[in-house]
Design a protein around this ligand. Structure first.
Ligand code: 97T
Length: 242
């Protein structure tokens, strides 16, 4: 997978070259290219924003600069892109979105700052490629760069060969629509708290049931919306207690 990120703060995306993602890039599983939006400005101040039409606070990022940048970046590789624009008003980015993005040949991220990017940029490219405005949560950031770090990590870890143990991605939270339950490791007792007996029993059936119950319990308590959204056939008779 090829990932391009257009931003006025390329340094913010340096973590994409670290650890898991760094190893994935070194193994050729993902190819990450960072592009400084200001490279496509033509004035001495490298202006990327302007006052919003209709007035109001803040500044809006100019369509001309974004158009030249995205034209150049998209043309730099033959793989068809999905353009992803992190935005507080975007559709929620979920594990399902991450799974869908993991099947793409190429993701091009446009990092907006200030009050966002002139809407005509999204409208223009939507006529040529799939374009998603996505939100990583109900809060406001200063720019899209942090959201790109979150999205790229959630997607890259699903790519074959990126995680050491492929079962991790298959069994982590949300993979079965539920939150993961509690996890334990040695020592058996820590500050007077013992690891639940069942986990040390070696009874794999009982362990699987206990883990399912803890996941259902935690999901019912913390994210009842996820439980309500589960298709009927995903809950068996033993699950009905939740
Ligand atoms: O708050 C933002 C500002 C710019 C770009 C993205 C965001 C955002 C907030 C939540 N998800 O994305």
């Amino acid at each position: 997978m090829r990932i391009d990120v257009v931003t006025i703060f390329p340094g913010y995306l340096a973590p994409l070259r670290e650890s898991l993602l760094g190893r994935a890039a070194d193994a050729g599983l993902i190819e990450v290219a960072l592009h400084d939006l200001r490279s496509w400005t033509h004035d001495v101040h490298q202006t990327v924003d302007d006052a919003p039409y209709g007035g109001g606070p803040g500044m809006v990022m100019r369509p001309q600069v974004w158009g030249e940048a995205l034209d150049a970046v998209i043309a730099s590789d033959s793989r068809p892109p999905r353009l992803v624009v992190p935005a507080p008003a975007g559709r929620s980015f979920t594990q399902a979105t991450a799974r869908a993005y993991a099947t793409e040949q190429r993701l091009v991220f446009a990092c907006g700052r200030y009050e966002g990017i002139d809407q005509r940029v999204v409208d223009h490219y939507s006529r040529q490629f799939p374009v998603d405005e996505v939100s990583i949560g109900d809060y406001v950031l200063v720019g899209g760069e942090a959201a790109v770090l979150v999205i790229v990590e959630a997607v890259a870890r699903l790519l074959p060969g990126v995680l050491g143990n492929p079962r991790s991605a298959a069994e982590d939270s949300f993979s079965d629509g539920l939150l993961e339950g509690p996890a334990y490791t040695r020592p058996e007792v820590w500050r007077g708290q013992a690891v639940p007996e069942v986990l040390r029993s070696g009874n794999h059936g009982a362990i699987a049931r206990w883990r399912r119950d803890r996941a259902l319990e935690r999901t019912a308590k913390r994210r009842p919306d996820l439980l309500a959204a589960l298709p009927e056939d995903r809950l068996d008779a033993a699950d009905q207690a939740f």
